[in-house]
Design a protein around this ligand. Structure first.
Ligand code: FA5
Length: 340
């Protein structure tokens, strides 16, 4: 084959090649050890002088051109393939009617956002924290050493690696104190896990919203003030509240803040275990040991903390009688909140 024929034939074959593999086969057929262009070079030995030089140059130019054309074709095919993939993945008709039903926010999300707004307006920041924590943060930093009986109050899911699923949002207290120091105003909502049997007001997976305020001269009256503002803003009605002593190793003094059950109006029902009251928001003055563990100067600062039961708050606010409905994924229950 003449060098001009080789060039034309190569161009025709490249034009027809539909994918990169075919082009690679063409490369071998022309530039490989026994390829057409390589074979042409072998003719050199029969030529002499000026003729040999001229032919040699011609074949070298042909070889370089062939290589460039092959590379060019490969690039083009790759580009076309990507364009086809993009085209395929984005094929949808925007004029088609939407068949998906619109979703709605979960009642816990709704109430969480409401409480966040209330506290943000009072200068609190909203913090995030992990659901898997270590023993130190969940217990030890909160004045609950190993083997302390208070650990029994929270039946914990331990992981194989020694970590555990957060049993309460208080597990974030130490990290937040260490991050910001004092003075400090922060709330931190989060999912909590306890190995509990479930009933109308207990779940094994539920939400709390922790709050902490640390500053000079913080006292129980500050705590009561913030609790009152929060509850009257959330419920937008007068609700009966009772404060009674409560024991938590990380506060001193500690309180249980209960609200009159809004499902039965205080008469007693399964949602409040027939007591007429619902434990909603334990709280207290942060224990000096906890402040010290968080790097806070206890000669200068005091603070309060609370652990609001966000899931129970959603129940009371929206009149949900059974806590288990909230994790059920039952759209009949949950879609009632779409217009709130
Ligand atoms: C605590 O978890 C403390 N960390 C709260 C705290 C924070 C006290 C800061 C003092 C200072 P307790 O275990 O009582 O406390 O839970 C707090 C609230 O979470 C309860 O009042 C209740 O509203 C909610 N709660 C607890 N267990 C469950 C459960 N199994 N299902 C649903 N809500 C729950």
């Amino acid at each position: 084959m003449q060098d001009t024929d080789v060039k034309q034939q190569l161009e025709a074959e490249l034009e027809k090649a539909a994918d990169v593999n075919e082009v690679e086969n063409i490369r071998v057929a022309y530039l490989g050890k026994k390829g057409y262009i390589t074979e042409l070079l072998k003719n050199l030995k029969d030529l002499k002088g000026e003729q040999k030089k001229e032919f040699g140059q011609k074949i070298n130019i042909l070889k370089a051109e062939a290589d460039a054309k092959i590379t060019e074709r490969i690039e083009l095919l790759k580009k076309q393939r990507i364009e086809r993939m993009i085209e395929k993945s984005e094929q949808y008709d925007v004029t088609l009617p939407c068949t998906l039903e619109q979703g709605s926010y979960h009642p816990i999300t709704l109430v969480q956002r409401e409480v966040e707004e209330i506290f943000e307006s009072m200068g609190f920041t909203v913090e995030d924290y992990s659901e898997i924590v270590d023993d130190y943060h969940c217990f030890e930093a909160l004045n609950i050493p190993k083997h302390h009986p208070a650990r029994d109050m929270q039946d914990t899911y331990y992981l194989d690696n020694g970590q555990l699923l957060k049993t309460h949002t208080s597990a974030a207290q130490n990290a937040i104190m260490r991050k910001y120091g004092a003075p400090l105003r922060a709330i931190f909502p989060g999912r909590c896990f306890r190995n509990e049997s479930t009933d109308a007001c207990h779940e094994n997976t539920f939400f709390q919203m922790e709050g902490m305020m640390i500053d000079e001269n913080i006292s129980i009256s500050n705590l009561i003030y913030f609790m009152k503002v929060m509850l009257s803003d959330v419920f937008k009605q007068d609700i009966k509240v009772r404060l009674r002593p409560g024991f938590f190793p990380f506060v001193e003094p500690g309180f249980e803040l209960d609200i009159n059950c809004l499902i039965c109006g205080g008469k007693g029902c399964p949602s409040c275990k027939n007591s007429g009251w619902l434990e909603l928001c334990p709280c207290g003055m942060i224990h000096p040991n906890v402040l010290k563990a968080g790097g806070i100067d206890t000669d200068k600062y005091t603070g309060f903390a609370f652990g609001l039961g966000l899931t129970r708050l959603a129940m009371m606010k929206y009149g949900i009688k059974d806590i288990r409905d909230l994790n059920s994924g039952n759209l009949k229950v949950l879609s009632q909140f779409e217009n709130i």
